[in-house]
Design a binder for this molecule. Structure first.
Ligand SMILES: Nc1nc2c(ncn2[C@@H]2O[C@H](COP(=O)(O)OP(=O)(O)OP(=O)(O)O)[C@@H](O)[C@H]2O)c(=O)[nH]1
Ligand SMILES: Nc1ncnc2c1ncn2[C@@H]1O[C@H](COP(=O)(O)OP(=O)(O)O)[C@@H](O)[C@H]1O
Length: 226
């Protein structure tokens, strides 16, 4: 069997993790696992972890490490024969250490986007709460203003995407993420990308992954998860 490829994408809210992960999944045929989407699926299915996670997410808090690691590792254990890219996990040093002890990562992508750009993007971000689908009124607007493309239901803005909440949220992210970034830098697998535009970052990520991902991977599992 060909060697599997394991990667993580890190970056503050609004940095484009979800957008880039979709492109990676489409271009390289690996599975994209978003912690936020996975939590929302668990909440919708009312699983034990989902019911618990909901109480934290509603308060704008992180889900506790032990809940998050149990949830994500059990999902990853179902995917042992697949290459994957994790988005939104690990978020804390404790989570990174647990992931480390279970899997060897090949590449960590870290998105370094200026604060002003993040503020501008999140100000224009609208979501469809039931599915987690994300729009940007400038970058990728819905077909009909204010309405989800698939369900036709109304879009809303995250309370914490509003400018007043944003700066505190981004500062908090930085504090929590720094030790995670340092850990991966020390392991020699960190690749940092800085720009204001996803479309300018993407070619660099694409060529990096082309050199790292075994060539027969695409044929073996050109499967999309969603
Ligand atoms: N203007 C602009 N918007 C972008 C660009 N890349 C992504 N976006 C938009 O910025 C917003 C954030 O992008 P996401 O891909 O959701 O970012 P994320 O890092 O996954 O964000 P979180 O889910 O909060 O962690 C979305 O509304 C995207 O459509 C870009 O290069 N330019
Ligand atoms: N790795 C994680 N550890 C703890 N909580 C998490 C993690 N990933 C996601 N969450 C929780 O789920 C929520 C939604 O996650 P996400 O869709 O990534 O959006 P955002 O991080 O932009 O709020 C987070 O605000 C947080 O409460």
């Amino acid at each position: 069997m060909s060697k599997l490829f394991r990667a993580v994408i890190l970056g503050p809210p609004g940095s484009g993790k979800g957008t880039i992960s979709e492109r990676v999944a489409n271009s390289f045929g690996l599975k994209h696992l978003s912690s936020g989407d996975f939590l929302r699926e668990n909440i919708a299915a009312k699983t034990e972890a989902g019911v618990l996670a909901k109480t934290y997410i509603e308060k704008g808090a992180l889900v506790p490490d032990h809940v998050m690691t149990r949830l994500m590792l059990s999902r990853l254990e179902e995917m042992t024969r697949h290459s994957w890219l994790l988005d939104g996990f690990p978020r804390t040093l404790a989570q990174a250490k647990v992931l480390n002890s279970a899997f060897e990562l090949d590449v960590v992508i870290s998105l370094n986007i200026p604060l002003e750009t993040l503020k501008e993007r999140l100000r224009h971000r609208w979501i469809h709460p039931a599915s987690g689908r994300v729009y940007n009124m400038c970058f990728n607007p819905p077909r009909v203003q204010g309405v989800d493309d698939i369900s036709g239901e109304p879009l809303i803005q995250h309370e914490d995407d509003r400018p007043e909440a944003l700066v505190a949220r981004l500062r908090h992210y930085k504090d929590v993420a720094k030790p995670v970034i340092d850990l991966y830098r020390a392991k020699g697998i960190l690749h940092m990308f800085s720009d204001t535009e996803t479309d300018r970052i993407w070619p660099y990520i694409s060529s990096l992954l082309s050199t790292k991902i075994p060539t027969d991977l695409g044929d073996a599992q050109r499967v999309r998860t969603h």
